[in-house]
Design a binder for this molecule. Sequence first.
Ligand code: SF4
Ligand code: SF4
Length: 373
Amino acid sequence: MTIGPPLWLLAELTYRCPLHCVFCYNPVDYATQPEELSTDDWLRVLREGREMGAVQLGLSGGEPLLRDDLEVIVAEAHRLGYYSNLLTSGVGLTAERAAALKAAGLDHVQLSFQDSTREMNDFLSHTRTFELKNRVAQIIKDQGWPMVMNVVLHRLNIDHIGRIIEMAAELGAEYIELANTQYYSWAFVNRAQLLPTQEQLKRAEAVTDEWRDKLEGRMRIFFVAPDYHEGKAKKCVNGWGSMFLTVAPDGTALPCHTAKMLPGLSFPNVRETSLRTAWFDSEGFNRFRGTGWMKEPCSSCEHKEEDLGGCRCQAYLIAQDAQAADPVCRKSPHHDKVLAVVAQAEADARTRITEHPLVFRDPKASRRLAGAI
Ligand code: SF4
Ligand code: SF4
């Protein structure tokens, strides 16, 4: 197969974050990860990415604003011709810092909220950040940036979806991404508490449709459906090693930000390997490219080019086999495990009882979970 360039470069500048989200997508063992890349390393990564043809740059974390050199990184991205997007919780985005980032050439900001209510926003992130996020939304507008608001949906906030959309419109967002939780990393640990019911999802989609009509032409609404309930696998990261290249804080180059969890697979580090070699020649990037790696039922399936067998991390987490069909797919021999989890969520939601207490992301929990991996 022909391998194209990585069009999207995601620079995960740090795993440090002042928030403690129960659905955090950072690895559960983040607190045991090695040192972050230096400024010079990141500038080299940006140059190499651009030489390969990358055009979009995501600056994420953790909280990328915790890096003092963010302005330097943004300025270099601008000089190289990237379209840069800052993915932030808002913590640390003062008016002064926003002005400096604007002057450095930052193109776009994606601000995350946990909910439309102060109580749930602050509970889910285990911080008092709701008012701060509202102020930051204004700061983003004052700089003239297009604003994307991102809200991760789950059982505890999905019933507020109408108010969430209304809040985004009031704050002047051009676009809201309502992303149902993907169950890996911290969300996998907290899955029993976070998985919504079928009824909640149906209502949420209906409310979203009503708001789409109401806000037509003013704000775009993107609803990411949950794959556990759909019985269908999704083309993860648009195909392994086909478009996205993530560089983790310690310099590990990855086809998606959670792929490092897959056992027996080695990924190169940009401290020792060029981005080009990592992308085209490394075992990690080539292992699940295309369809040649597949086994049954994927290898003979008529949908294999559409979804490329779904998510490898989900296959590993649920079936303990990274080469298996994504268990969310009805044809997977492990699909019963997904159905059982969905049924349990229905039962727990009815009784409001679950055996699993929520685990908030923090270094202590991370070190404990790292010991269990
Ligand atoms: S999901 Fe929450 S805790 Fe995780 S990096 Fe984002 S803001 Fe921080
Ligand atoms: S069997 Fe594999 S390729 Fe076919 S729909 Fe399911 S996940 Fe996709």
